[in-house]
Design a protein around this ligand. Sequence first.
Ligand code: NAD
Ligand code: UGA
Length: 464
Amino acid sequence: MEINNICCIGAGYVGGPTMAVIAQKCPEIKVTVVDINEKRIADWNDEDVENIPIYEPGLSEIVAEARDRNLFFSTDVDAAIDKADMIFISVNTPTKTYGIGKGMAADLKYIELCARQIARVSTSDKIVVEKSTLPVRTAEALKNILDNTGNGVNYQILSNPEFLAEGTAVADLMNPDRVLIGGDIETDNGQEAVQALVDVYAHWVPKDQILTTNVWSSELSKLTANAFLAQRVSSINAMSELCEKTGADVNEVAKAVGMDSRIGSKFLQSSVGFGGSCFQKDILNLVYIAKSFGLEEVADYWEQVIIMNDHQKRRFAANIVKTLYNTVSGKKIAILGWAFKKDTNDTRESAAIYVVDYLLNEQAEVVVYDPKVKPEQIYADLDYLNTRSEKENRDRVTVLNTPYEACEEAHAVAVLTEWDEFKDYNWSKIYDDMLKPAFLFDGRRLLDGKKKKEMGFEYYAIGS
Ligand code: NAD
Ligand code: UGA
């Protein structure tokens, strides 16, 4: 089966970059990315390609090459569905904030809306691809909706979870460790649909890295991968606290254990806590699924990853308060970095939000600098917590666009994102302009601590 026309519902961090790369690598396929968010689509279509809504290294160049050739962004969801042979669903699947499963289960309302819309609009057979991260067995629900509310056309449901990480999305998409495709491999039609998607990826991914499985394995593998990755961060962060008590150094420990090829060196960087839109959401979802099958031990095991992460964020903030003579009331604390990791403007679940919320509760005056995050996003993140009024957040938090200004006359500076540029600042100027003692808290083990101490800083790093 040849795919000529792809539609992707959801022009977000996954839909946008993924479809841009497919369009670039498959110039004969027309790719239309649709979204109900008009502003987002307008930004993807911005004449100046530097203004596309998602910052990812290398992305604007790809969009510049493919846009209006075979890559299109549109709000006309119905039209794009109708014309497509293959429809990717790449909408958000946040944690439920209401009803049964509140705070744990994935909210599948956006997915269901997509399914109902596809069923209503489609007049020809479609392959529907789950790109969003979903609870295992969601494909069953999708199939039920499509088959029972549709126009009698045939649907094949595939699961094709995305493993890209933000900040390296383009590199990850260009050169993935593997592409996973789950389908109804027991039937000829199912196999044909799987092969159609394999053929799309085979334009640039070596065949032996394209893995095909049944749908349930594919859905569950995505949750498993994120749980394993987050678990490594919580494991090293747990050791970081023990290092601080014992004189061991977490970087040295990570290196020593990571050189064991069975353990591996990646994803052992101790930090102020993992953030991002997915780790917490996906583990909570996994915990919820385990509980729903009565698997309490399985649920408790994975929940501990989240408990440890919350503890890490809290203890970092508490350590600032304790070190500043048990009070930060009225003190200026400069925060370097708001994004949940470097090279992205995404702030979802960023540790910075929780650290700053804690410091504001202790009546600190907070000043923030981040190279890519806009002030309105920082305020929106704090407002979303509902801890204090919007006015108070604006009165107590200042966002500046130079790091030097942000650190001027600060009692303490805290590094919360590992932006490369932070390493190269004129730290002796920052030191000179701060109040003394000049406290520096490195939540990322980013800076050269020895040099900072020589400059006169009271330097504290996670895990040493
Ligand atoms: P996102 O919030 O950036 O984008 C989702 C988009 O879908 C939004 O723009 C929203 O307006 C749109 N949308 C929602 N309902 C719609 C509808 N009915 N019709 C049209 N558009 C609709 O989310 P994201 O970060 O791209 O994540 C999408 C999915 O991919 C999630 O399930 C997530 O878990 C998964 N995922 C994310 C990442 C990541 O790095 N962000 C990586 C792998 C997987
Ligand atoms: C993560 C996974 O890495 C992707 O494979 C997955 O597709 C994606 O989630 C998803 O499903 O959304 P992402 O959240 O974009 O990607 O970024 P990561 O590089 O995984 O970082 C997540 C968080 O963990 C960041 O806050 C990062 O700073 C932190 N981290 C990561 C550490 O603290 N230490 C590490 O060693 C690695």
